[in-house]
Ligand binder design. Structure first.
Ligand SMILES: O=P(O)(O)OC[C@H]1O[C@H](OP(=O)(O)OP(=O)(O)O)[C@H](O)[C@@H]1O
Length: 180
């Protein structure tokens, strides 16, 4: 894996896809044990979740349904703190057991918005899971039910995550070089 340049920034290899997938397999098995006799609805938070969502489903052994919503708040490598709901939840979740899948929880601003959005919905239960988590910068007290990997506070791209629109199609995760 070599360094790559995207827009004005250089990124270095950080986590290989095979290690990411191992972590996802563990997450899928953990959830399967919890929902064995239920049919959960997995809701992906677009856009960043695309690869995680798809790989997670491949490893999940039970019956499940899916849906999506789309939120956006980043400009460059910074959270604007201003969350835009670009697409509301695409399926009826009334009385359902829902699991929200996030690709990354960083400041927690998006998670806080999600909690407020979901509070108003008549669901049976809610779990929030994330593939990547940055514990050093997470500022909220909100519960995260399952975390795939803790990562340091450095901007990452690849495996669905972007820097100003680019980099989502990289299969491995890369880290901003200037921060090292
Ligand atoms: O914890 P936070 O600091 O709020 O960051 C996490 C959020 O940021 C990214 O979304 P983004 O707004 O970049 O939209 P995208 O998924 O379309 O890239 C990511 O997919 C999370 O939803």
């Amino acid at each position: 894996m070599a360094e790559i340049k995207i827009h004005d920034k250089t990124f270095v290899p950080f986590i290989e896809s095979k290690d990411i997938e191992q972590s996802i397999e563990r997450m899928a098995n953990t959830l399967y044990q919890e929902y064995e006799n239920k049919v959960p609805v997995f809701i992906g938070v677009l856009n960043g979740v695309i690869m995680f969502f798809s790989d997670f489903l491949k490893y999940y052994k039970g019956d499940c349904e899916i849906g999506f919503l789309q939120l956006s708040s980043y400009k460059g490598i910074q959270s604007t703190g201003d969350i835009n709901l670009l697409k509301d939840i695409s399926v009826d979740i009334t009385n359902r057991d829902i699991v929200i899948l996030e690709d990354i929880i960083d400041t927690g601003n998006t998670l806080e918005y999600l909690y407020k959005l979901l509070e108003a919905k008549p669901v049976n239960s809610i779990k929030i899971i994330t593939l990547f988590f940055k514990p050093e910068v997470y500022t909220k007290n909100l519960n995260i039910d399952l975390i795939g990997m803790n990562i340091p506070n450095k901007f990452v791209i690849g495996y669905g995550l972007d820097y100003d629109g680019l980099g989502r199609n990289l299969k491995d995760l890369y880290q901003l070089k200037e921060n090292i």
